[in-house]
Design a protein around this ligand. Structure first.
Ligand SMILES: Nc1ncnc2c1ncn2[C@@H]1O[C@H](COP(=O)(O)OP(=O)(O)OP(=O)(O)O)[C@@H](O)[C@H]1O
Ligand SMILES: [Mg+2]
Length: 259
């Protein structure tokens, strides 16, 4: 049985001396939420870039739903670390931008974008320019745009990295709600172990570069979850502690490695 994502022995070398990802194997099944954590430079973004079809030279195998990744694949939506809203487009026009690129009819895309903006708490802000929105509101628009696409697989690279702790928790809860109601499969990259545990079904811990998988930890916290309430849940804190230990051992064991 193949997964939505099938990576097998993925190895990405950028030069003789830089191996970014080493023998990385991962399967994701429909409607799973899986996070990858690991120290800076360990190859997290590289893995997402392979799946987005942006890196085509690698060893091993990469498949999305049984096919090789290609750039612009409508089954895949990619949400980046910083919001990448177009400053000359309103919130609604930004939210519907991906649909426009995919050639969807204007009435349909506006309707869908308005619905998603409302779901992320921005009803009434359809005509607002990005510069008039707070950072958290801008990321809400970016979330709306990502979910507007109706892609089965969402690749998310530290989408809440630039937000303050309170706003981050709000948007994490919002993401879980959208993920549940819109039925997507998510591969989520973050530095933040707490965020990874709170959101995910599984947390993949990577070693420092060259990034290998140190552990694939199942998060057996019940759903639906409230990220806010989890912060004081003993089971959550316990899992966080376990993953933190693996993460730290990985960093200590490979201290001094170059490639
Ligand atoms: N296009 C490229 N050319 C050369 N080296 C690259 C390229 N992209 C990434 N690298 C190198 O590959 C390694 C992994 O980079 P990557 O961006 O995947 O790390 P990361 O885990 O996402 O880090 P961060 O947490 O800081 O975002 C790094 O050492 C980086 O310098
Ligand atoms: Mg990165």
């Amino acid at each position: 049985m193949h997964g939505i994502v099938d990576l097998s022995g993925l190895t990405v070398r950028f030069s003789e001396s830089i191996t970014a990802v080493d023998s990385f194997s991962l399967q994701l099944f429909e409607r799973e939420f899986v996070s990858i954590v690991g120290p800076s430079g360990c190859g997290k973004t590289t893995v997402l870039n392979v799946l987005a079809g942006l890196i085509e030279t690698y060893d091993g195998d990469a498949f999305i739903d049984g096919q090789r990744p290609i750039a612009g694949d409508s089954r895949v939506a990619y949400m980046l670390a910083r919001d990448s809203l177009l400053p000359w487009r309103s919130a609604l026009e930004n939210a519907s931008y991906g649909l426009e690129i995919r050639g969807i009819d204007e009435t349909v895309r506006k309707e869908r974008a308005a619905k998603l903006l409302s779901k992320v708490g921005l009803a009434g802000f359809e005509d607002a320019w990005p510069k008039t929105l707070s950072q958290g509101m801008r990321q809400r628009v970016a979330l709306a745009r990502t979910f507007c696409l109706e892609s089965q697989l969402l690749l998310m690279d530290e989408p809440f990295g630039a937000l303050d702790a309170q706003t981050k928790i709000q948007l994490e809860d919002l993401l879980l709600e959208l993920w549940t109601t819109e039925a997507r499969t998510v591969l989520f990259v973050t530095h933040d172990l707490s965020e990874a545990v709170a959101l995910s079904d599984r947390v993949i811990v990577m070693s420092p570069r060259p990034g290998k998988i140190l552990a694939d930890v199942r998060v057996d916290l019940t759903r639906p979850r409230s990220v806010r309430q989890l912060q004081s849940d003993p089971k959550f804190l316990n899992l966080y502690g376990t993953i933190w230990k693996i993460f730290e051992q990985g960093v200590n064991n490979t201290a001094g490695c170059k490639s």
